[in-house]
Write a protein that binds this ligand. Structure first.
Ligand SMILES: Cc1cc2nc3c(=O)[nH]c(=O)nc-3n(C[C@H](O)[C@H](O)[C@H](O)COP(=O)(O)OP(=O)(O)OC[C@H]3O[C@@H](n4cnc5c(N)ncnc54)[C@H](O)[C@@H]3O)c2cc1C
Length: 411
């Protein structure tokens, strides 16, 4: 027996969950909506956790998606510090950690992702940080106040952004990564060379093509050294691990929902899960993408937002394939902003427009004669054209010179 009924239950108070709630309201949903989120903060933006919030230039309130008055105006119940422990999709009930049982009409699983923890010797030492929530950023900033040398493990955007932010705060940062160059896994080799040069020029030491072997402590329990796979020893007053994220599908798995290959919740093109009346959105959603021609799971802020809105449209009765072109951005302190649109992170060929040396360039990624992704630093105008060329699937075979230096509008 349920303790109470809600018309829409949203599990997870991240950007995907909050966007779904807002879109339900805008779309005229007149039932009771409940967002149940495990964190103590109301829904907030995660990107500042490695940028302005970590730097101390943006306060906690500025990260919040909405103020209290907004939730009251939307007739929306927000339950923070509330974990949903169990979902019974046949009975359409959810059991909270408080033991309360809530019956729902429709539900959204927007449970996001958790950091990928590396199990290496020394992983339990003090002074080792992962970054997902604002609280983690608080801990990193507090520790950084006492630290001189910071080692960052990883070559993707979290490690790069944190290295840039902490360097701007006067710390000496060293990055250890498997990749040949920072961000090259996401953005390709040409961009990787640019980011390597940029980070080095600002004083970040890069150890590329090398992995983490173990972490070693001083006499106490605090980390003091990072030892790499090649045997290099790096002094570390603290360590930040930027080693990726894994979808949080615990609730879905226990409810026997179908999962996808990457461990996310398997969804149809319109983001419906294998259980009737249950949608998924955001980092946890592994959906059948008409753009990609198969199942994908994407960990980008704008995608989580758009998927939350698309799931709301489905709940309101407008089911259509989710087909927005993924967009992502990354800021390295105030040194540079990179923007990316596209449908693959493993392109066949790159065409560079503009000047990498001057820090104003785009890299167009081609596969099978078509544009599949584009990265831009300081050339936002190129992205609008790239969006169109990717979405239209324009055949660009043999037109590399025009792509490199011609007018993209004319293509
Ligand atoms: C430090 C950082 C910087 C980033 N910077 C960028 C950037 O510059 N650009 C960009 O495009 N993307 C960026 N991202 C990625 C982006 O923030 C994520 O893609 C986005 O937050 C995903 O939103 P979500 O709502 O799917 O999941 P989340 O934000 O992870 O929210 C899910 C929420 O669900 C809660 N939850 C899970 N299970 C339960 C349960 N059973 N009961 C109740 N609650 C539950 C979790 O506690 C969490 O609060 C960044 C991410 C991080 C961590």
């Amino acid at each position: 027996m349920a303790d109470r009924h809600v018309d829409a239950l949203i599990v997870g108070g991240g950007i995907a969950g909050a966007a779904c709630a807002a879109a339900l309201h805008e779309g005229g949903f007149d039932g009771h909506v409940l967002i149940a989120g495990r964190e103590t903060d109301p829904p907030y933006e995660r990107p500042p956790a490695s940028k302005g919030y970590l730097a101390g230039t943006m306060d906690r309130n500025a990260c919040l998606l909405h103020d209290d008055a907004w939730y009251a105006r939307q007739n929306l119940e927000l339950a923070t510090r509330t974990s949903v422990m169990k979902l019974d999709t046949a009975a359409r009930t959810a059991t909270f950690a408080t033991k309360e049982v809530v019956e729902y009409g429709v539900a959204l699983l927007a449970t996001g992702a958790n950091v990928r923890r590396l199990r290496v010797d020394g992983a339990q030492l003090d002074g080792i940080h992962y970054l997902r929530a604002l609280g983690n950023a608080d801990a990193i900033r507090a520790d950084a106040e006492e630290a001189e040398h910071v080692v960052l493990v990883g070559g993707s955007y979290i490690a790069c952004e944190v290295a840039a932010t902490l360097t701007s705060l006067g710390r000496r940062c060293t990055m250890v990564m498997l990749e040949d160059a920072p961000l090259s896994g996401h953005f390709g080799p040409a961009a990787g060379r640019f980011f390597a040069e940029l980070l080095r020029s600002r004083g970040v030491e890069l150890v590329c093509g090398d992995g983490l072997e173990r972490l070693e402590g001083a006499e106490g329990d605090r980390v003091q050294r990072v030892v790499t796979a090649s045997g290099r020893e790096l002094h570390a007053d603290m360590v930040v691990m930027g080693t990726g994220a894994v979808p949080d599908a615990m609730l879905a798995r226990a409810a026997k929902l179908e999962l996808g290959e990457t461990g996310g919740i398997a969804c149809s093109a319109s983001l419906e899960t294998s259980a009737a009346g249950v949608w998924a959105a955001g980092d946890v959603c592994e959906y059948d993408s008409v753009l990609h021609g198969g199942r994908v799971r994407i960990e980008h802020h704008e995608v989580a937002l758009a998927q939350g809105r698309a799931a709301a449209a489905g709940m309101l009765g407008t089911r259509r394939p989710y087909a927005e072109l993924p967009y992502f951005w990354s800021d390295l302190s105030d040194w540079c902003t990179a923007e990316w649109v596209g449908i693959t992170e493993a392109p066949e060929r790159e065409v560079v427009r503009g000047s990498v040396d001057d820090g104003e360039f785009s890299v167009l990624h081609l596969a099978g004669g078509r544009l599949v992704a584009a990265l831009s630093v300081g050339r936002g105008g190129d992205l609008a054209h790239a969006r169109r060329l990717i979405a239209d699937g324009t055949d660009l075979s043999g037109r590399e010179d025009e792509l490199a230096s011609g007018d993209l509008e004319a293509l």
